[in-house]
Design a binder for this molecule. Structure first.
Ligand SMILES: Cc1cc2nc3c(=O)[nH]c(=O)nc-3n(C[C@H](O)[C@H](O)[C@H](O)COP(=O)(O)O)c2cc1C
Length: 310
């Protein structure tokens, strides 16, 4: 049985307040806005390159991510200008040398990397313009950026051109040959997500900071497969108290509670307290208690509590 029967899904489709757009009816600017404001926040690659004569170039690109570990491959896209259709200096340099260095952007550098995105004439060194510091790479000619905590020296293995018009992307498949990591962001030989403060690009001029105060870690699916939301009782799935996130947490558990576990819980003071409430309020209290347990990542106890309600 699907969780949402098809006829219900069709009703949703009619009543949900979505506006829908055929991309063939959108202007370039509108498409750009929908794509880049929704696919966000994006990590930012600060890409240094040199041309065949050794002139240095630096520019930020947020159409960027890691796509393979074996081989290690980072990909970014330098699009043709939406205004002129012209390719960017980064594109031209990589076509000449098939190398680059990608440095990771932290929020302490955002204004400088933003300035480095200025459309300077070819040959202008944005390290100098933006006041960033180059240091030589070991394996490629493009320098690393001192202010950045992680640098990837890359050989570009493929350039995939997605079109020849304004706004057409050019994907650079960058095989990582050497990684340099500032010890400041490392703990026990690894990069600590709480120590590295990347900036992310959102739509328009908006950015986010990878602020440790706002970061959280969640219980993740394990090798043993979780029961799924569909295995939960209808009462739990339709709870007015539990959120979608709560259901997602419960789904992780590998089994439903056993009758023994439920019996043990029914002998506790917590259970007796919850039974003081009557009717709908009793159910809400059981669900609220479970929700609090989920807030502490105690999934098993939350499930037992929910299934002890009667
Ligand atoms: C944070 C940020 C992210 C950017 N991301 C991209 C991108 O993913 N693709 C792109 O073509 N331009 C992007 N730009 C614009 C380029 O940086 C800009 O066109 C720059 O002038 C290109 O430099 P170049 O001609 O020296 O290669 C971005 C600009 C900023 C500030």
């Amino acid at each position: 049985m699907p969780l949402i029967p098809i006829f219900v899904a069709n009703i949703y489709k009619d009543i949900m307040p979505f506006q829908s757009f055929d991309t063939k009816n959108l202007t370039l600017q509108e498409t750009h806005g929908f794509l880049l404001t929704s696919v966000a926040p994006r990590p930012i690659a600060l890409v240094s390159t040199v041309d065949k004569d050794g002139n240095v170039n630096l520019a930020p690109f947020s159409n960027f991510n890691a796509f393979s570990t074996n081989p290690p491959v980072l990909v970014f896209s330098a699009s043709r200008s939406g205004r002129t259709g012209e390719t960017k200096d980064t594109y031209k340099n990589i076509k000449e040398t098939m190398e680059c260095c990608i440095s990771i952007v932290e929020y302490a550098m955002v204004h400088q990397i933003s300035f480095a995105s200025t459309e300077f004439p070819r040959g202008v060194n944005e390290f100098i313009k933006a006041g960033l510091t180059p240091i030589p790479s070991d394996l490629v000619k493009a320098p690393r950026v001192v202010e950045s905590p992680v640098h990837f020296e890359c050989k570009v293995t493929q350039v995939i051109e997605l079109g020849d018009q304004g706004g057409s992307g050019n994907l650079f498949l960058c095989e990582v040959k050497k990684i340099h990591v500032d010890e400041r962001v490392m703990k026990d030989g690894k990069i600590d997500p709480l120590l590295i403060h990347q900036a992310g690009r959102c739509g328009l001029g908006y950015y986010v900071n990878n602020d440790p105060e706002r970061m959280y870690s969640i219980a993740q699916p394990q090798a043993k497969i979780g029961i799924g939301v569909d295995a939960l009782s209808e009462e739990i799935r339709n709870s007015r108290v539990l959120t979608g996130n709560n259901l997602g947490q419960l789904a992780l558990n590998q089994t439903l509670p056993t009758t023994e576990e439920i019996a043990d819980f029914k002998a506790t003071e917590s259970f007796k307290y919850l039974m003081n409430f009557e009717g709908e309020e009793r159910k809400n209290q059981f669900h609220k208690a479970a929700s609090e347990m989920l807030g502490n990542n105690n999934i098993q106890l939350a499930l037992i509590t929910l299934y002890s309600y009667s």
